[in-house]
Design a protein around this ligand. Structure first.
Ligand SMILES: *Cc1c(COP(=O)(O)O)cnc(C)c1O
Length: 424
């Protein structure tokens, strides 16, 4: 990064600080991952210079013959990876992908059914401050109180009552496999279309280790940067009959020029996800989460739904005498980065909720397996049980650093390993 260092030392220092943070702490935020060096290189290319409004072969600007190759590769690989009839790889983010599907499938004011944000849904599933909640008449389903699993009786009764034009399945903080077929049955009964937002678990679907929504959903959206391990961005997959409406809803409906360097990164990401190694990776993500969940349960931490089937764990920090905020702070001081999260039927406010969310995608990319999960889980329980014991937190901080030193992160094509003692 010599140009950046010379021309903009302040910004360069921030990037180096972030490099050190990523190297020397355990990234356990469920929505984060490390992209490969090849993905980062693609995103850092001069493709960022090109305007390419439109689609391959049908652009509104000249000189698109090379970016057309990049976008065609991304489209073909996405279709192959997911077995989709059509893929739009232009959405700038998962939120943009969802807004485009809403534009394609709905008119303002139409009734829609989505998962409640407080039960694990996403902002773009009708939260009142989000454009989705402002433009459309969203109604929310949630999970059952007894087992915190999706309440399909409620989904069905709300669907019969509100006659939604669209049902949205998918979540950001739901630790179980989502049975998409059950949503599809209800959608069919009431004449609704089905959008599956697999932003979090798209990588698990790609690897064949999670129920596949493609056969039953009208539209599927995903982010490319979570379990899929690509650059930040979104995609939309759909049947051929929705192709025109979806493409028009992305451009010109909700976006202008596509980010061609990011689309190039998506093409690399999909190619990587087609490799046999990626299937092993995705299975290890789940195995790691299960081991971690077992350690947490033996440590006395209450887990929402009692465990996990996927890449994430949602825990009730109050079961161990803390809040989401105090637990997050205690773990950060040990070099373990997570996020606070509301839990279903939370009695606390979102600024300091009861829950904490953990994920294994990033640690698994570093090469950590079940043994490492056992150590990390034990440290986490120790820290949560004695959050005021500075000596203990310092000891764990050292152990985290030492572990990080054994597992590199990929940066611009080079696997970088932290130098012991050089990073604080
Ligand atoms: C992360 C997420 C999104 C949004 O992705 P962004 O790229 O942050 O806009 C949408 N839906 C769900 C369920 C998510 O978890």
């Amino acid at each position: 990064m010599n140009y950046l260092k010379q021309q903009d030392p302040k910004l360069w220092a921030a990037v180096v600080g972030e490099l050190q943070r990523q190297l020397d702490r355990l990234a356990m935020i469920a929505s984060e991952n490390y992209t490969s060096g090849a993905v980062m290189q693609a995103c850092g290319t001069l493709l960022t210079n090109k305007y390419a409004e439109g689609y391959p072969g049908k652009r509104y600007y000249g000189g698109c013959e090379f970016v057309d190759v990049a976008e065609d590769l991304a489209i073909q690989r996405a279709k192959e990876l997911f077995g989709a009839e059509h893929a739009n790889v232009q959405p700038h983010s998962g939120a943009q992908a969802n807004m485009a599907v809403y534009l394609a499938a709905l008119k303002p004011g139409d009734p829609v059914l989505g998962m409640s944000l407080t039960h694990g849904g996403h902002l773009t599933h009708g939260m009142h401050l989000n454009l989705s909640g402002i433009l459309y008449d969203f109604h929310n389903y949630g999970v059952r109180c007894e087992d915190q699993r999706i309440d399909f009786d409620e989904v069905a009764s709300l669907a019969r009552k509100h006659k939604p034009k669209l049902i949205v399945a998918g979540a950001s903080a739901y630790p179980r496999e989502i049975p998409h077929g059950r949503f599809a049955e209800i959608a069919e009964e009431v004449g609704a279309k089905l959008l599956v937002d697999m932003a979090h678990y798209g990588g698990l679907v790609a690897a064949g280790v999670h129920d596949d929504p493609l056969p039953v959903a009208d539209y599927v959206t995903a982010t490319t940067h979570k379990t899929l391990r690509g650059p930040r961005g979104g995609i939309i997959l759909c049947k051929a009959k929705y192709r025109k409406d979806v493409d028009r809803a992305v451009f010109p409906g909700t976006q202008g020029g596509p980010l061609m360097h990011v689309i190039a990164g998506k093409a690399v990401c999909f190619r990587e996800a087609l490799e046999p190694d990626y299937k092993k990776y995705a299975q290890q993500v789940i195995d790691n989460a299960k081991v971690l969940a077992d350690v947490f349960l033996s440590g006395g931490l209450r887990l929402i739904t009692g465990g996990t089937d996927n890449h994430l764990i949602l825990a009730d920090a109050t079961s161990i005498g803390l809040t989401g905020m105090s637990a997050t702070a205690a773990l950060e001081s040990c070099g373990v980065t997570i996020n606070k999260n509301v839990i279903p039927f939370d009695t606390r406010k979102p600024v300091d909720p009861s829950g904490i969310r953990f994920g294994t995608p990033a640690l698994t990319t570093r090469g950590m397996g079940c043994d490492e999960m056992r150590s990390i889980g034990t440290w986490i329980i120790e820290a949560l049980k004695s959050p005021d014991d500075e000596a203990l937190l310092q000891r764990i901080r050292g152990q985290v650093s030492e572990l990080c030193g054994q597992f590199p992160i990929p940066v611009n094509g080079v696997d970088i390993v932290p130098i012991q003692g050089a990073l604080q």
